[in-house]
Design a protein. Sequence first.
Length: 155
Amino acid sequence: MLSIDDPHGVTRARKALGIPDQPGATWVLGIVGNILWLILGGAIIAAAYFAGAVALCLTIFGIPFGTQLFKLGFLALWPVGTEVLNQGTAFGCLGVLGNVIWFLCDGALVSALHLILAGLFAITIVLLPFAVQHCKLATIALAPFSFQIAWPNPD
């Protein structure tokens, strides 16, 4: 039985249906998807995140928020194939406070912009996978201190 909490449920379902596991092919498709993402505006979004991160890191108060923007920038640079893991309150009280400050100052606007872009990309079926990536970015943009990014392993 598949479980939402089981990250390998898809792999077990593929094996149960007799579909061969092809991690190399999936990895190559991820690279192609990321290159298309960069061409279709991902590079501009990542550059905006990196510029904001550098600006925030110039102040002592902004360093934690700048590091979260760097995290969002790297995800915006290479989103296809990555997983977003919800860490809850891994940073404790300071993480919750950081998420509240982030949401009030910038998070709601950035998340709304990603949802608007997701809606525009979802108009065509061809760009639907990129709409999913914008939804992933919108989720993290709401509360970046609560999420960790799991990068794909090419093995």
